[in-house]
Design a binder for this molecule. Structure first.
Ligand SMILES: Nc1ncnc2c1ncn2[C@@H]1O[C@H](COP(=O)(O)OP(=O)(O)OP(=O)(O)O)[C@@H](O)[C@H]1O
Ligand SMILES: [Mg+2]
Length: 313
């Protein structure tokens, strides 16, 4: 254990039918937004459920705010808000009923309960739907209600399993703002998502899962820094037929490259900046260089590298 605020160490979950997930290790400091991403079935929900004590690990350790979710889940639930993947609610209850019940379960009453319920309705954009039965809610509205439920009682930690699923773009922007606001208030948020673009904009740290393991974990800024994974360059030329694979491969540090019409994309080995040599070579070859620019790495690039290769970079 390295002592993160949320710490998962060599977690193994063996399901009854023999499916084995793990070993999973991840670590999130306090006060950050941590995004968990991975293909379907890679183990995000399993990890999240073990963090909340809703499932018991078969092996390994989980600590959230110093608590063991398996044996101290009651204490943990007092400081944690949770929204489950594909939330389901009793269809005959209204949004306000559901949030009131959640507040009571979290120990709230009287004026404080009323205030927390109306704050959650307000933050989640559900004020005008508060009195509607949730059986008539759309997918995105149910998702908002799940997040509203999680934030009731001002918990210190939020653990949200795919909170953005089915949420429209405008509501997603709102949700991003809610997350940022909560972070400014010092909360720790861990959420899973398939939206890599969303993660890139929102998360401070990311854990990329693949087949029951965290393959990459780190600060988004560092993972996407220009040099991480090698400098990527895009060049546009006038006469692509003059560029041969041998010409590009002969350049020092070229890891891989693709030619698509007049656009050449080259990735250099980590720590190597071959831009000047590439530019000079293209000009000398007669291909005619129109522009050359560095391409920023995205989480999608990284995710595809990890998932496609299935190995830790
Ligand atoms: N209750 C269960 N019984 C048996 N196997 C399960 C159970 N829950 C999950 N699994 C298996 O564990 C693995 C991880 O599933 P999990 O739900 O944690 O993935 P996930 O990353 O959340 O996927 P998704 O993106 O689809 O939500 C899968 O192989 C899944 O089939
Ligand atoms: Mg899941």
């Amino acid at each position: 254990m390295t002592g993160g605020f949320i710490e998962v160490d060599q977690l193994l979950k063996k399901y009854r039918d023999g499916v084995l997930v793990g070993p999973i290790s991840l670590s999130s400091p306090r006060g950050v937004i941590y995004g968990l991403v991975g293909p379907n079935g890679s183990g995000k929900t399993t990890t999240i459920r073990c963090m909340l004590g809703l499932q018991k690990p078969s092996k390994g350790h989980v600590r959230v705010a110093g608590l063991d979710p398996a044996s101290e889940s009651k204490k943990l639930m007092q400081i944690t808000g949770y929204s489950q993947e594909l939330p389901s609610f009793p269809p005959f209850l209204t949004a306000k009923d559901i949030l009131t019940t959640t507040g009571k379960l979290k120990g709230l009453s009287g004026e404080e309960l009323r205030r927390e319920v109306s704050k959650a309705l307000d933050i989640s954009g559900l004020v005008s739907h508060a009195g509607r039965r949730v059986g008539s809610f759309s997918k995105g509205m149910l998702q908002r209600l799940a997040v509203a439920q999680a934030i009731i009682g001002d918990p210190e930690i939020l653990i949200l399993d795919e909170p953005m699923l089915g949420v429209d773009p405008a509501a997603r922007v709102q949700m991003r703002e809610i997350f940022m606001e909560l972070k400014r208030a010092g909360k720790t948020i861990l959420f899973s998502s398939h939206e890599l673009y969303e993660l890139e904009r929102l998360a401070d740290m990311v854990g990329m899962m693949y087949q029951g393991r965290v393959m990459v974990e780190g600060w988004v800024k560092e993972l996407l820094s220009q040099d991480a994974g090698g400098l990527k360059v895009e060049a546009e030329v006038l006469r692509p037929s003059l560029i041969t694979p041998q010409l590009i491969q002969s350049l020092k540090g070229v890891q891989d490259f693709q030619m698509n019409g007049t656009i050449l994309r080259v990735r250099f080995a980590e720590g190597l900046d071959g831009r000047e040599t590439l530019a000079a070579t293209l000009v000398k070859s007669g291909a005619g260089l129109v522009r050359l620019q560095t391409v920023n790495r995205t989480l999608e690039d990284l995710f595809m590298e990890v998932v496609m290769k299935g190995v830790k970079p």
